[in-house]
Each structure stands twice: as structure tokens, then as C-alpha cells.
Design a protein around this ligand. Structure first.
Ligand SMILES: *[C@@H]1O[C@H](CO)[C@@H](O)[C@H](O)[C@H]1NC(C)=O
Ligand SMILES: *[C@@H]1O[C@H](CO)[C@@H](O)[C@H](O)[C@H]1NC(C)=O
Length: 183
């Protein structure tokens, strides 16, 4: 065979290898437009601590669904939100809603809750959070999907990080940093 024929055979060989090993170019999203950011909105940051108390006489979180394996476990919460990590510090609101173990493979919770503020300027206003909370991660991000009162039209995100967790009781203190745009 001439070297040209060798080259052709080699090229076909390479093409065959590539066609069988390279993953097809799968896309499932596209950016189709850029929006001009609106300037009329306010930006607010909030910082507080979420006390999830499952033990003792006055729990603030109650398991309402307790399946045989933990997948599906669901708790209803009315957790105080305070300015400091100490449970006795000033309460600025409550986290009311539920969390449920929504992963079969990881400790990932579905969080569906309202932060109902009861202190100062935001007394009577609330934010709605709906997101995924992989509790073993140092920082978890959850979307803020809406709000009411001074937080009407709210959109943003919450960053949660565990400050204290007692594996014996299940009690936890979680720091929340919330950033929202609102009306
Ligand atoms: C929050 O608002 C309610 C209802 O207006 C009022 O009764 C309560 O004293 C207020 N709390 C604080 C801490 O301002
Ligand atoms: C949350 O805010 C506090 C206080 O501003 C800051 O020290 C901390 O690093 C922030 N945490 C995250 C995860 O952004």
C-alpha cells in the first residue's frame, strides 16, 4: 500500500474511534435574550439565625410524616429567627412551613417556608422560600420566590450555613443571609 492509502485508512480508523467515544453534543438550555436590569427595585440584605428545635417539651419542628426509611420524612416548623446565635436573643420573626427529605441518596431537604417578620421595619412583612437544602454542605443556596408587605415582588436568594448541630437531639442553629430585590 502507498503511504497515501495508509493515511486514508488511518484517518477512517481515527474517525470511527472518535464517533464512538465522543459524547453527542447534548444541549438542554440556551440564552435567548438579555434583559435590562430594572432600576426601580430596592435591594435588601437580612441576616439572622434559624433555631430548629426538635427535642424537649417545646419543639419548634415536628415530624409529621415518618416513613420506614428516612426518604419522605416531613417536618412542620414554626422556628424562631433571632438576631444572635443564642436562642434567648431578640426574635425578629419565624420560619413557618415545612421541610421534607426529598432525595433517596443524600440528606437533601425540600424547604418550603415563609419567613414571617415580627420586628422593626419589616414587622408584618414576609418572604417565601422554596429550595433544596443539602444539609451537609457548608453553604446552601435557596431561592426566595416572593414576598408580601414591604417585600412585595421579592426575588432573591438565601444562603444558609449551620452554626450548631446536636446529632443526639437533632436540634440545629442555622445562619441565614438573605439578599432580595423587592418593590
Ligand atoms: C408588630 O406588629 C404588630 C401588629 O401591628 C404589633 O402588635 C406588634 O407590637 C409589633 N411588634 C413589634 C416588635 O414591633
Ligand atoms: C453571612 O453574613 C455574615 C455577616 O455579614 C458573614 O460573616 C458570613 O460570612 C455570611 N455567610 C455567607 C455564607 O455568606
Amino acid at each position: 500500500m502507498t503511504s497515501f492509502q495508509n493515511y486514508i485508512i488511518f484517518s477512517i480508523y481515527i474517525a470511527l474511534i472518535l464517533s464512538t467515544t465522543v459524547a453527542p453534543n447534548i444541549t438542554f438550555s440556551e440564552h435567548f435574550a438579555k434583559l435590562r436590569p430594572t432600576t426601580s427595585k430596592k435591594m435588601t440584605r437580612l441576616h439572622f439565625y434559624f433555631h430548629d428545635i426538635v427535642s424537649g417539651k417545646n419543639p419548634t419542628a415536628k415530624i409529621i410524616i415518618r416513613p420506614k426509611n428516612s426518604f419522605g420524612m416531613t417536618a412542620m416548623i414554626d422556628d424562631p429567627l433571632t438576631v444572635d446565635t443564642k436562642p434567648g436573643s431578640t426574635v425578629v420573626g419565624r420560619a413557618q412551613g415545612l421541610y421534607a427529605l426529598a432525595s433517596q441518596h443524600e440528606p437533601a431537604l425540600l424547604m418550603a417556608m415563609n419567613f414571617v417578620f415580627t420586628y422593626g421595619k419589616y414587622n408584618g412583612s414576609a418572604l417565601s422560600i422554596m429550595g433544596r437544602n443539602l444539609v451537609v454542605d457548608a453553604v446552601r443556596e435557596m431561592p426566595v420566590i416572593g414576598g408580601m408587605g414591604l417585600f412585595r415582588y421579592a426575588r432573591g436568594y438565601a444562603l444558609a450555613s449551620t452554626v450548631r448541630y446536636n446529632p443526639k437531639t437533632g436540634d440545629a442553629v442555622v445562619q441565614y443571609n438573605v439578599t432580595v430585590m423587592h418593590g
